[in-house]
Every structure is written in C-alpha cells, then in structure tokens.
Design a protein around this ligand. Structure first.
Ligand code: PXP
Length: 241
C-alpha cells in the first residue's frame, strides 16, 4: 500500500483564541508542534466569516509551515485571490454556508460548474495542487475529473455519524476505487477520531487524511494536567520570592 499522509487541521486552535479575542494560542506554534510530532502537512480553513482562522494566520502558515500547507477555501473570487497570493502547496475547495456549525456535506459540482472551473483553472495555472471536497458519489467524482482537479477529498462525515452501518464505509471504499480509476488522488476527512479512523485509513487508494477537531479535543485531555502544574509552579515561585 502507498504510504498515507496525515494533515492536521488546526482551525480549532484559532477557535479557542477567538473565543476571547486573545493573542494565544498561536496556530503557527501549534503547527510546529504537530510537525514535530510527525504531521505530514498542516490544514487551515479560511472561512468567509473569519470565525476561527484570520487572514494573518493563513499568511503566516503559508510562509512558516515546514510541511506542505493545505488551505481550505470556498470557491469565491475573494478566496481565490487570497490563495493565488499565498500560493500554498495545496488548496481544497469546500462548500460554505455562514450559518453552519462546520462544513456540512461536500461540494455539489453540478451547481455552478463555470465558477468552479474558473477557480480550479486559476489555481492549477498557478501550480497549486487542487482538491475538491465531495461526498462519496460516482457522479461527483466524474465531475471532479472533468473539472481538472488533481484530487478529491471524500467527506467522511456520514460514515462517522452512523457507526456500525456498513453502507457508509462501502460508499467510501467504492468512491475511492472509482476516483483512483479516473486518475484522481484520494484524500478523506471530517469527523474522524482515534476510534473510527481505522477502516478509512485502510482504504488502499486513500493517500491523505485531514483530521482536526478530535485531535485538538484530545490534546486538551493529554495536556491539561501539565497546564495545571505550570500554573501552580508560577504561583509558588512568586510566593517563594
Ligand atoms: N476536511 C475538510 C474539507 C474540512 O472542512 C474539515 C473540517 O474543517 C476537515 C477535513 C476536518 O474535520 P474534523 O475537524 O472533523 O477532523
């Protein structure tokens, strides 16, 4: 089997910062830690409403990430302009609705194909590897190939939300094989956790996983004790003076 890349989506490091409009935690510092821990790449989604990542964050990540940077954006003129200026290693085009909590469902490549084609064409011309985030659906895969994307990212949300229902894993397996046969690289992500990643990681055609929320959430638990100890030490050293 070909090796599989793990790209860490660090959006929710910025979510924590934005909850207080504070200066910490810094997503670039988080990217460094992920890279030091073996991440193959860093992913961030610059949303239209800037709810987590800010323009300065993706700018700093595009310049400062040591591993390939994957910028997730909607296929709008504004975002395409930003991507062309930052020139990340990879852009993943995602659907976006302002009121959604997170990306719900994949892109519908049948709606507004002219806009998608212009966006994919501009990114490709700039030498940026381009992936389209879609549901595991053969028609969408055929459309992705026709649009000239290098890769698709399969939306794993339905699989994750229906544990124990084998149809959703089969849909991902079938989609991955179909995409690879059409010459597309296969990525996958959304909702993956340590508990459900196994069957997706085992799909032979799947060469890249994008995982964020569960890793940042897990980090709270593996790091909280150390953070409490650091605060206690800071207090005690002040009182010992
Ligand atoms: N892939 C895409 C295209 C996404 O939009 C997201 C969420 O921003 C992810 C992967 C990561 O999903 P999660 O945070 O649930 O791991």
């Amino acid at each position: 089997m070909t090796p599989q890349r793990l790209y860490i989506n660090i959006d929710h490091v910025a979510t924590l910062r934005q909850a207080r409009r504070a200066s910490y935690p810094d997503p670039v510092a988080a990217a460094r830690l992920c890279e030091d821990a073996g991440a193959d790449g860093i992913t961030a989604h610059l949303r239209e409403d800037r709810r987590h990542m800010q323009d300065a964050d993706v700018e700093a990540l595009a310049r400062g990430a040591r591993t390939p940077f994957n910028l997730e954006i909607a296929a709008t003129d504004e975002m395409t302009r930003i991507a062309l200026r930052l020139r990340p290693h990879q852009v993943t085009l995602v659907p976006e609705r302002r009121e959604e909590i997170t990306t719900e469902g994949g892109l519908d490549l049948a709606s507004d194909p002219a806009r998608l084609s212009t966006c994919v064409g501009a990114l490709r011309q700039a030498g940026i590897r381009t992936a389209l985030f879609i549901d595991p659906d053969r028609d969408q895969i055929d459309r992705a190939a026709a649009l000239g994307a290098e890769a698709i990212e399969l939306h794993t949300g339905t699989y994750c939300h229906h544990p124990g229902d084998p149809r959703h894993l089969r849909a991902l397996q079938d989609a991955a094989a179909h995409a690879a046969a059409r010459g597309l690289a296969v990525h996958a992500g959304h909702g993956l956790t340590v508990g459900n990643v196994g069957p997706v990681a085992a799909i032979p055609e799947c060469e890249e996983l994008n995982i964020g929320h569960s890793i940042v959430a897990h980090a709270v638990f593996v790091g909280l004790a150390e953070a409490v100890r650091a605060m206690r030490a800071a207090m005690e050293s002040a009182r010992a003076r």
